[in-house]
Design a binder for this molecule. Structure first.
Ligand code: F6R
Length: 623
């Protein structure tokens, strides 16, 4: 949801900033823009609606030499206030063009601030909330409104931030300050990259990983000033503030396509590794261990109810977790869409465990759910893929999914990693509460640990899914059916198809079919069915076979994901995609993979950008 890059150093800033934006484009691709301080009172700005490529073409037209300078910043936008047109693209400037600002987030009181500024004679040139900040910083720097910020860029930004409501990462430059950039954050991400004779600012380390893996993560309401030699962090009142330094544990190759046409295709293939890395180090001396465990075993024993809150794909991983946690821990588990959670007065107290699942760790709906839960004294455990993001920072305990950077906007490897991590949470609960004996916990963990090789096996057989995809490219709609843990898999398959192929797709619990959705079945309608194991869930298997025969009798075209050797279902499958036999609770880890391939290949066949589906962004930092 908007990507931000800032640079002060010895290299041409334009090149560094554009490289960074290329790696952050997954965060938004409605427009892109850059600003470079060119010395001698110069601030060169260019911005363009649409993808980064449009901006680059424009820079070629105007001539890149106009952007010579070693201090600069850039932005890639996911539109909130104002349509994605040139005038709403960042950076935004004050009326005299001396201050430039890029912003990620939403300034909730911008309308009041704008009215105040317009009352003072300020003219606006965009519809954005961000432009108010450019005017306010310019006025603070010029001492127009009094106060002691005149000629002091960090103090000016601090004073402005104190007036802002909402979420923001702001990066600000001023023509009078060609050797430094100032930035601030509240509830939106910002990291500082520490190079040698150069410093970086970015929404995500991917932007500067090519240059340095040493980073510092800013906290809530902190303001940072970077120069080529260092950085200084204060709170909003100018008091020195502590930050957390970390070393990024993946390298540039992880953030590059590695010969694949799309990141998503590479990320689908990385799933065995994502699973293995997520499990690594969590079973030590016969015990499950979590990452930043700020909850004691006694806390876990006191839990009398679990909520798993999340959005989108992460929500589907939460649905899967419910089956395992209830089964292993004999605890009631409620799965909630994070966007609904705090609006319906859930019953929470200090014995409630809320598990917040988020790849990005910055999804606004999930973050607000976490805050609501903590406000009600519930304990919160975050399952997150992004080190030090806001959700884990505000939680009592954290379990990281070590899936590596996921650049494709549609989640793939992080879904599998989330399921594995949620299962570790379930096993940690079962272990602390004694609902499983240590040897049973060990057995479950070992079964999980065998999954990377099962997923690798599935990846070796995705050719069938590709062939099926080719035949579905012109379908109008596709239905997905599943039962038990196959139900969230069906929902995930439908979500992938909607977001990538812009096709109407619906997932149903197969048992619900006869209660209404069966009316949708017509000649040639493709219906994807996720089968349970004929041995592991024989009763459900038999019921699903009946469901398939019912829809086949009504002319639907059945595409069946079934366990290898499942002969009973074969006669009912117009297309059969086989996956290896694995324990029931682990089936989502194998049966999701062909559905990811199906969606990606249908999108490709329809000529869509698999990595950057329309209207979407990787992390959704607005409610
Ligand atoms: C779908 C997808 C989204 C995210 C959702 C939550 O492919 O990626 O549905 O799963 O926006 O995002 P995180 O996990 O970052 O909270």
């Amino acid at each position: 949801m908007c990507g931000i890059v800032g640079y002060v150093g010895h290299r041409p800033a334009l090149d560094v900033v554009l490289d960074g934006l290329r790696r952050l484009e997954y965060r938004g691709y409605d427009s892109a823009g850059v600003a470079v301080l060119t010395g001698a009172d110069g601030l060169a700005v260019e911005r363009r609606a649409g993808r980064l490529a449009n901006l680059e073409a424009r820079l070629d037209e105007v001539g890149r030499e106009a952007f010579a300078g070693t201090t600069g910043m850039g932005h890639t936008r996911w539109a909130t206030h104002g349509p994605p047109v040139d005038r709403n693209s960042h950076p935004h400037r004050d009326g005299r063009g001396r201050v430039a600002v890029v912003h990620n987030g939403i300034i909730e009181n911008f309308a009041a601030l704008r009215r105040e500024l317009e009352g003072a004679g300020v003219e606006f040139s965009s519809d954005t909330d961000t432009e108010t900040v450019a005017h306010l910083v310019a006025r603070a720097y010029d001492g127009v409104d009094g106060g002691d910020t005149e000629g002091d860029l960090p103090a000016s930004l601090r004073a402005v931030c104190r007036r802002l409501d909402g979420a923001f990462t702001l990066v600000v430059t001023h023509v009078d300050e060609p050797d430094r950039i100032v930035a601030a954050r509240r509830s939106s991400p910002l990291v500082v990259g520490i190079g040698s004779g150069e410093m970086f600012l970015a929404s995500d380390v991917a932007a500067f990983i090519e240059h340095t893996r040493e980073a510092v993560e800013l906290g809530q309401d902190q303001v940072v000033t970077i120069t080529r030699d260092g950085y200084e962090v204060t709170d909003l009142h100018g008091e020195p503030s502590r930050v957390r330094a970390f070393t990024v544990d993946w390298d540039l190759s992880a953030a590059e396509k590695g010969g694949h046409e799309y990141f998503m295709l590479k990320e689908i293939e990385e799933q065995p590794e994502a699973l293995a890395n997520t499990l690594r180090g969590h079973f030590v001396d016969g015990r499950i261990v979590l990452d930043e465990q700020r909850l004691t075993d006694q806390d876990l024993r006191d839990v009398d109810k679990v909520f798993v809150v999340a959005c989108g794909t992460a929500y589907h991983s939460a649905m899967v977790a419910k089956y395992a946690i209830e089964h292993w821990c004999r605890l009631p588990v409620e799965v909630e869409l994070a966007s609904e959670f705090r609006y319906r007065d859930p019953v929470l107290d200090r014995d409630t465990l809320v598990v917040a699942v988020s790849q990005s760790g910055e999804t606004a709906d999930t973050l607000e759910a976490v805050r609501h839960a903590r406000g009600q004294k519930a304990r919160v455990l975050a399952v997150c893929n992004t080190n030090g993001a806001q959700i884990p920072r505000e939680s009592d305990a954290v379990l990281y999914t070590h899936a590596g950077p996921e650049i494709g906007v549609a989640s793939t490897k992080t879904f599998l990693a989330q399921i594995a991590a949620n299962y570790l949470v379930g096993l940690a609960l079962a272990q602390a509460r004694g609902t499983k004996y240590p040897d049973e916990v060990a057995r479950e963990f070992n079964e999980l640990a065998a999954m990377p090789s099962a997923v690798r096996q599935v990846l070796g057989t995705v050719e069938t899914a590709r062939r099926v995809a080719a035949s579905l490219a012109d379908a109008k709609a596709v239905l997905f059916l599943g039962r038990h843990v196959g139900y969230p898999v069906a929902l995930e398959g439908a979500l992938k198809l909607k977001e990538l192929a812009y096709m109407h797709a619906e997932g149903f619990a197969a048992g619900e079919l006869k209660h209404g959705p069966i009316a949708l079945i017509e000649e040639e309608l493709p219906v994807v069915v996720v089968m349970p194991s004929p041995k592991g869930r024989a009763v459900l298997h038999a019921k699903l076979v009946s469901n398939i025969s019912e829809i086949q009798a009504r002319g639907a075209r059945t595409i069946v994901i079934a366990e290898e050797g499942d002969e009973t279902v074969r006669p009912f499958a117009d297309s059969l995609i086989e996956v290896p036999a694995v324990p029931t609770l682990l089936q989502p880890l194998v049966s999701t993979v062909p559905l990811q391939v199906l969606a990606a290949e249908i999108a490709r066949a329809r000529g869509y950008d698999v990595d950057k589906p329309r209207n979407l962004a990787k992390s959704v930092t607005v409610e």
